[in-house]
Design a protein around this ligand. Structure first.
Ligand code: HEM
Length: 236
């Protein structure tokens, strides 16, 4: 069992990040090399400043807000929670003054970042069992949402156990030692990371996260890198 834990928590993480960065770079280069679309993608009437409209289209989804306000609320909530999630993971390496503008304990959000992500992902998943979204959905959509939900549930469980149920065996200090050892290419697994009752949750969290990172460059999640340039093309 310890060998499986080691493989998931060390080499598989390196492979996952290598596939994520390399795969994403290759996809973006391929897209940039594709012959230009002869017809314009620009929408009219042109609105100025066009870069501001492109930013607003990308981060505030005005079309969704107009036509599907409930979906818009879940989309905005999900993406804002995702931003806090990224900050939360960065702080697992060490605390940064800039993020402590509002003093908080690591993982930030008192467990609610994970809870919000879990609820919004369930909404995105269940709406795909209803027409017309059901007819527009492909197996990849369900796979991605279920994978993300599993990552979020196991990640949150660790935080909820520590914060809401005072389970103290797996601490933020243990995560810091583990994650910094990965970062400095001297992988080290503190005893608590692999020998406590909740170690399997960390291993399942990281296992599904690794799958997600390896799948990312080949999936529609690439929209996260392409949305802004596409909206800039549309806004001229
Ligand atoms: C790639 C996608 C990933 C997603 C979507 C994700 C999501 C999450 C979520 C939702 C939480 C809980 C937040 C909360 O408590 O409110 C969390 C916590 C955590 N994640 Fe991730 N994670 C990802 C990748 C990773 C990776 C690659 C690692 C390590 C190699 C990792 C290590 C952790 C740790 C150590 C915690 C802290 C749990 C605690 O506070 O006890 N995560 N993650």
């Amino acid at each position: 069992m310890q060998t499986v834990y080691y493989i998931v928590l060390v080499p598989m993480v390196y492979v996952a990040f290598a596939v994520f960065f390399l795969g994403t770079a290759i996809r973006i280069v391929k897209i940039l090399r594709e012959p230009k679309n002869p017809s314009t993608l620009q929408i009219f009437p042109e609105k100025q400043p066009n870069w501001l409209y492109a930013l607003s289209d990308t981060f505030f989804f005005p079309t969704v807000r107009r036509h599907k306000p409930v979906l818009w609320v879940f989309l905005m909530t999900f993406h804002v929670a995702l931003l806090f999630l990224i900050i939360g993971h960065v702080e697992l390496f060490q605390e940064f003054k800039i993020f402590q503008i509002i003093p908080h304990e690591v993982f930030l959000g008192k467990g609610f970042v994970g809870l919000i992500l879990a609820i919004t992902l369930l909404f995105f998943l269940f709406r795909r069992f209803k027409s017309p979204t059901k007819e527009l959905s492909v197996p990849e959509d369900y796979f991605l949402l279920i994978l993300l939900f599993l990552i979020v549930i196991f990640g949150s469980q660790m935080d909820w156990a520590r914060r809401w149920y005072e389970y103290g065996e797996l601490t933020v200090e243990d995560y810091q030692v583990y994650l910094n050892s990965l970062l400095y290419l001297k992988p080290e697994l503190p005893y608590n990371v692999t020998f406590t009752g909740h170690s399997f949750m960390l291993v399942l969290h990281v296992f599904f996260a690794n799958l997600f990172l390896m799948f990312f460059p080949f999936s529609q999640l690439m929209h996260s890198f392409l949305a802004l340039p596409m909206n800039k093309l549309r806004r001229g």
